[in-house]
Design a protein around this ligand. Structure first.
Ligand SMILES: Cc1cc2nc3c(=O)[nH]c(=O)nc-3n(C[C@H](O)[C@H](O)[C@H](O)COP(=O)(O)OP(=O)(O)OC[C@H]3O[C@@H](n4cnc5c(N)ncnc54)[C@H](O)[C@@H]3O)c2cc1C
Length: 346
């Protein structure tokens, strides 16, 4: 049975990645009643894919790794105490007669909101799982779909499966810390940047093409992997301490195409909006990677700008008399008490 959350929010943000978190902050700054709904059990979005990578291209921020950025984005996003709903995937959206959006989740919950900011990026992050016998048994031991900590691979023999830039990149990055890195790919040509592929040999990465995993062997953790050369049909057994699978991500387009609203889309997925992030549906906006327009910047910095733009639009949609933008933070009275905290206690 559906559970209805009767409270109506000024703005509901779908997705708790960079765009959603900055939108939550900015909407709080604009004194809106805010809810964030995130499919995963944690906020931070796609940055969870690369927690150990250094990020250099956010204006005014010195290099920071993904997990450091997530921490800071969450702290900022929660500044004005928005309601956070985790582990709920929005599956349907509708607009009721009274211009209230009705959002339905996979957990049989209904949320109501006067405006909606879609900050869903490329959709729920769902790594393509290894298609090999018993693979699921090792997900809590030494079968990895992402690198949470490089230290997990220190002095280990690591088998990486995948042929894209992520697999090649990790082979090169783990090589100096691991005992040995073996990279296998079922295709014939790695789909990564040429200079990264040529680094493999320099980093002593052993790489094999036309090779795929057929079985993982071990009791509590994997200690051997069976492989097959799909050209020669030759099989091999490799002794390993860890397996990292980088086979890409599933992208669920269902919400965008079957949401219940006739959202104008680009390539059957992205919101075809204007430079302010407005969609063809009044009161519904796109921010971050989901948004498409000719000036769109597909960077975290771009997601932050989209977030401020769409919050300003939502604010004026609800109150046409409202200021176009919020007062800058250095002059904004909303920070008066918080500034004291920073100036005198931190
Ligand atoms: C390996 C890698 C390295 C990168 N490096 C950089 C870099 O150095 N600098 C840079 O600027 N950018 C970088 N990027 C790009 C950057 O991560 C993205 O541009 C950014 O994360 C987009 O933010 P977003 O909030 O739009 O979407 P996302 O980060 O994708 O967040 C979307 C969130 O929405 C949630 N969601 C999706 N659908 C639903 C639903 N139906 N219901 C509820 N929740 C939902 C998802 O679970 C997710 O948490 C990198 C990307 C990758 C993959």
């Amino acid at each position: 049975m559906m559970e209805h959350n009767e409270e109506v929010y000024d703005v509901t943000i779908i997705g708790g990645g960079p765009a959603g978190l900055f939108a939550a902050f900015y909407a709080g700054l604009r004194e809106m009643k805010v809810k964030v709904i995130e499919a995963q059990s944690q906020l931070g979005g796609k940055v969870h894919v690369y927690p150990q990578k250094m990020i250099w291209d956010i204006g005014g921020m010195t290099p920071i790794n993904g997990s450091g950025l997530i921490e800071q984005m969450i702290e900022q996003g929660l500044t004005f105490e928005p309601t956070i709903e985790l582990q709920q995937t929005i599956t349907k959206m509708n607009k009721l007669d009274s211009h209230i959006f009705e959002l339905e989740t996979d957990q049989q919950k209904i949320h109501y909101s006067k405006t909606v900011i879609m900050a869903v990026g490329a959709g729920v992050i769902d790594p393509i799982k290894l298609d090999a016998e018993n693979a699921s048994l090792y997900e809590n031991s030494n079968l990895y779909y992402s690198v949470k900590s490089i230290a997990d691979f220190k002095d280990k023999t690591v088998l990486i499966s995948g042929g894209g830039s992520s697999a090649v990149d990790w082979a090169n990055e783990l090589a100096p810390v691991a005992k040995q890195v073996i990279l296998i790919y079922r295709g014939d040509d790695f789909k990564a940047h040429e200079s990264d592929v040529s680094k493999l040999a320099r980093n002593n990465v052993e790489y094999r093409t036309h090779t795929e995993i057929t079985a993982l062997l071990g009791d509590d953790s994997i200690n051997e992997v069976k492989t097959l050369n799909n050209q020669t049909n030759k099989t091999d057994t490799l002794s390993v301490d860890a397996v990292l699978v980088n086979h890409g991500y599933n992208r669920n387009h269902q919400l965008m195409t079957e949401s219940g609203l006739q959202i104008e889309l680009k390539d059957n997925y992205f919101i075809q909006g204007n430079v302010l992030g407005e969609s063809n549906i009044p009161g519904l906006y796109g921010a971050g990677d989901i948004l498409s327009h000719e000036g769109k910047l597909h960077l975290i910095a771009g997601a932050f700008q989209d977030a401020a733009n769409v919050v300003n639009c939502a604010k004026r949609y609800l109150d046409p008399e409202a200021q176009k933008v919020a007062l800058v933070s250095s002059h904004n009275a909303r920070f008066k008490e918080k500034n004291k905290e920073y100036l005198y206690t931190k």
